[in-house]
Design a protein around this ligand. Structure first.
Ligand SMILES: [Zn+2]
Length: 150
């Protein structure tokens, strides 16, 4: 349920409890004991409902706090990443070494360091592969060198 709807329901429960309390305070001495007991039972029920509704509010707020924390952590982490257009991956430099992360997994909020191979980077989570163009350039350069030497 939307958090605003839960809060409105809880407020309605509290209003009901207040209304019942007003009725009880307005009771004249002439009212029967049975009517008083009925009003008190209604009051207890309204307060119990409000208590449950506020527990729901607490759960929703806790859920939202967790989501905000998760997004803040992600924003902070993303601010430390740069996009490497050559490979099409995010990367960061840690102690002089580049750590590259899977772009596909990143869109799902996961930070999966890529496994480095000669020709490509591979994600061990989703098996996505990212080509390393410099590997193919090195092969072409070697072929040209071999042709010249022949
Ligand atoms: Zn991946």
């Amino acid at each position: 349920m939307e958090s605003i709807a839960i809060i409105k329901a809880a407020q309605a429960g509290i209003k009901t409890a207040i209304d019942i309390t007003k009725k009880i305070s307005e009771v004249s001495d002439a009212i029967k004991q049975a009517d008083l007991k009925l009003q008190l039972a209604n009051l207890i029920e309204a307060l119990a409902d409000a208590k449950i509704q506020f527990a729901d509010v607490k759960d929703v707020l806790l859920e939202k706090d967790n989501k905000i924390k998760e997004l803040e952590d992600r924003l902070k982490r993303d601010s430390e990443l740069t996009f490497n257009e050559n490979y099409g991956v995010y990367e960061t430099e840690i102690e002089g070494k580049f750590v590259r992360y899977c772009l596909k997994c990143h869109t799902e909020g996961k930070y999966i360091p890529l496994q480095v191979e000669d020709r490509r980077f591979t994600c061990n989570n989703c098996n996505q592969q990212y080509q390393r163009p410099e590997y193919y350039r090195a092969i072409q350069t070697n072929r040209k060198r071999k042709k010249r030497s022949l």
